[in-house]
Design a protein around this ligand. Sequence first.
Ligand code: RTP
Ligand code: MG
Length: 137
Amino acid sequence: MTARTLVLLKPDAVRRGLIGEIIGRIERKAGWTISALELRTLDHDTLEQHYGEHKGKPFYEPLVEFMASGPVVALVVEGERVIEGLRALAGPTDPIAAAPGSIRGDYGVIVRENLIHASDSEESAERELKIFFPGRF
Ligand code: RTP
Ligand code: MG
């Protein structure tokens, strides 16, 4: 099924010069298209909307500080099974548990600094697209 998903290359990925590497992996998947792409620094309001489900958890405040610590690359990717596909390409939240070959498995160590966000469901994707690209999707 064709779908759309919101991807963020987190500040650690941008700082470490991994934008090209990560976007290259997405581009090389057959049948996926990047339909929006922007470098921007996120404010706390945007992050509260995006990560609202985690408010009150012990990792929430450090997560928001980290996500606001430098620019991210926000992308919209469209294509066949792209929501589950990007979650698989990213790997599990904890990079140490992520298999080599996945983005988090190849480049991450710290749970918070796990390089990439990808929407976890159709509902999340629709909600997140409206936060990051209002009026465009
Ligand atoms: P994301 O939302 O960023 O795509 O990541 P995810 O679905 O794999 O993981 P989620 O549970 O939604 O957590 C959001 C982000 O919070 C940071 N985190 N830190 N125990 C911790 O220190 C902890 N747990 C989560 C990670 O950056 C995670 O991606
Ligand atoms: Mg999540």
